[in-house]
Design a protein around this ligand. Sequence first.
Ligand code: ZN
Length: 76
Amino acid sequence: MNVMKEQTPNNKTCSCGYDINDYHIHPKCEYSSFGWILYWIGMSAKPIKVDFVCSVCGEILRSTTEPGELKKYVGR
Ligand SMILES: [Zn+2]
């Protein structure tokens, strides 16, 4: 595994040069199986992980498992 020299995740860009704030980058939520059940019965589930994926090259710019941040993606 290669370690990147840069330590600031916020200005990371994908192969196309888009950063996390670009509209090409969209959040992809991952749910636990329990989350899926909630989702299935029509409740808002909180994802266990959100990946920020470039819709052009499919590269994951960032992943978060931070509860405070995951809350923003409840029900998406
Ligand atoms: Zn890209």
